[in-house]
Design a protein around this ligand. Structure first.
Ligand code: GLN
Length: 494
């Protein structure tokens, strides 16, 4: 019999509908895999009872002859940035330890309404700040992938959605939620040989998602292939009056609209993304991606996004600025941790709680953010960064005059080993060079696996689309996926 945990979202959905296997069998298979993979540290909280209850409901509905829900029988992982009613949510920070949200985020609620079940809450970079999952207060997530040199160094699963990426790659769940502020869905997807899409800003409600940088934060799915991402995204998206930036638009039938025929599509290759020191393997994969898209019928055009080199510095001003404001609410009064030293006054409590509760990277961001928003420096930093953001958005608008989509590598390198970059924040920030510009412009963007590097580690290709053109992004992703034929998987050692 096939191992049900080798199946993706569509195959599970279809098999449960057809009665080939039960939703309970699927849930039990993934629950067993989660329980056997503690070494990877991908889950912060396991909720087998939630997954089993959803599975039993799916099986009962089928037995009663009811019309199946879109995700009936599909158990998923939930990034710990999403509040789920009655289940602890910490954003992987000590400061939120002990916090159990009394409410459900809109996105997770949408997924449960679609019939999905929850296997647990996934580890991540603390408050989604990081690119390697090393800023979690609850330990590193270890990627299931290893370099082929036999050194067995523990590899980073990418970040901030590193629990999500590792769990999917290790077959602990067929799909998971992620969030992407500057690349946190796409970069971990690239590092672990899976797919992930960040939709247009506003497609998925931010309500109930612990805020990092509100003008950039966007939820999206991570899964093993493009179709599974489309199915998940349909369930997650939709207008929500509780999020003032939610787009009041119908959710397209992205799965039904999938087509890998790119005839008539023009794909732009932004010349500024040929950064210095880009490994030859990434360059070669990019060229391979160009050839694959040509083969799918697309026309390739060179485009220019002249302000690209300013995107990273602008992002690392805007995101910390918004974070410093969003994180002001964690002061020991209402959520999670409270440190109240003997004889302390209110001010002491705030200081003690924040000093103890936030990790180093979070403190670094709060300090940068507070500095760039301070009276004497606001114009020099925050205003300037906001202007650059507008210019970057304009670069993309101008590019759309000559192309429909853009193709770039997802990250400038394959996964690095844990500890390799953690001492150097700038080196870590540079990893976001290809993902940050589309975040600043609010555009839909996706990573799909393209191949392996010389060390046997996955490399990702990124498709960026016009606002609201998730369909175009998914379709180009599908065209790449079909040609890449990526079937490599991490050999089980855990
Ligand atoms: N790595 C980026 C950062 O550290 C992006 C994080 C994200 O998208 N949440 O800010």
């Amino acid at each position: 019999m096939t191992d049900l945990t080798d199946l993706g979202v569509a195959a599970i959905r279809d098999g449960v509908r057809a009665g080939t296997f039960t939703a309970r069998e699927v849930a039990e298979g993934f629950i067993a895999n989660v329980a056997a993979a503690k070494t990877l540290n991908a889950f912060l909280v396991e909720t087998p009872e939630h997954a089993l209850a959803a599975a039993d409901a799916a099986d009962a509905a089928r037995a009663a002859g009811e019309a199946p829900k879109p995700l009936a029988g599909v158990p998923i992982g939930m990034k710990d940035l999403f509040c789920t009613k009655g289940v602890p949510a910490t954003a992987a920070s000590h400061i939120l330890e002990g916090f159990t949200p009394p409410y459900e985020s809109t996105v997770s609620g949408n997924l449960w309404n679609a019939g999905a079940g929850m296997l647990g809450k996934l580890n991540m970079d603390q408050f989604a700040m990081g690119s390697s999952n090393e800023t979690s207060a609850f330990g590193n997530v270890i990627s299931p992938w290893r370099r082929s040199d036999g050194g067995n160094a523990a590899m980073a699963p990418g970040g901030s959605s590193g629990g999500s990426s590792a769990a999917i790659a290790a077959r602990l769940c067929p799909a998971a939620t992620g969030t992407d502020t500057g690349g946190s869905i796409r970069q971990p997807a690239a590092f672990t040989g899976i797919s992930g899409i960040k939709p247009t800003y506003g497609r998925c409600s931010r309500w109930g998602v612990i805020a990092f940088s509100s003008s950039l934060d966007q939820a999206g799915p991570m899964a093993r292939d493009v179709r599974d991402c489309a199915i998940m995204l349909e369930a997650m998206s939709g207008f929500d009056a509780k999020d003032a930036t939610s787009l009041d638009l119908p959710v397209p039938a992205w799965e039904a609209g999938l087509s890998s025929n790119l005839k008539g599509k023009r794909i732009g290759i932004p010349k500024e993304y040929r950064v210095d020191d880009m490994p030859a393997e990434i360059e070669a994969l990019w060229q391979q991606g160009i050839d694959w898209l040509k083969d799918a019928g697309a026309e390739i055009v060179e485009v220019s996004l002249p302000h690209t080199k300013y995107a990273l510095p602008a992002y690392y001003i805007i995101a910390p600025a918004e974070a410093s404001s969003n994180l002001a609410r964690y002061d020991g009064v209402r959520y999670g941790l409270r440190d109240l030293p003997e004889g302390a006054n209110l001010q002491d409590m705030y200081a003690a709680t924040r000093a103890d509760g936030f990790g180093d990277e979070v403190k670094r961001r709060i300090m940068i953010g507070t500095y760039v928003l301070s009276a004497g420096f606001y114009d020099a930093y925050f205003t300037q960064a906001s202007k650059i953001r507008t210019l970057i958005a304009r670069d993309f608008e101008q590019a759309w005059a000559t192309c429909d989509l853009l193709l770039t590598p997802t990250a400038p390198s394959a996964a690095f080993a844990l500890g390799e970059k953690s001492a150097d924040p700038i080196a870590m920030y540079l990893n976001d060079v290809f993902t940050v510009p589309s975040s600043l412009a609010g555009l839909p963007a996706m990573s799909v696996p393209g191949g392996l590097d010389g060390q046997g580690l996955p490399l990702g290709l990124q498709i960026i689309g016009k606002p609201l053109d998730e369909q175009g992004v998914l379709n180009a992703g599908l065209a790449l996926e079909q040609r890449a034929g990526f079937v490599a998987r991490a050999e089980r050692w855990w």
